[in-house]
Design a protein. Structure first.
Length: 70
């Protein structure tokens, strides 16, 4: 029996940060950005697993500078 291989090189989604997704300084909120990364990773994981997946943990993350929405 031959199995199909699903190769996932990058987890990619497109979305637009709205003003409600920013802090008073106008930079994107970290929790919103993390949620978007979770959606992208979940999509890639579900394709690879051919089923439902869940994020168990994120060990670390950093933003060295503010991230404006443009």
């Amino acid at each position: 029996m031959e199995t199909d291989r699903i190769e996932v090189r990058e987890a990619v989604i497109r979305t637009i940060a709205m003003p409600s997704d920013t802090n008073p300084a106008g930079d994107i909120l970290g929790d919103w950005l993390m949620a978007q990364m979770d959606l992208a990773a979940g999509n890639a994981a579900a394709r690879r697993a051919r089923g439902r997946c869940a994020t168990v943990a994120v060990d670390s993350g950093s933003r060295p500078r503010p991230l404006p929405p443009d």
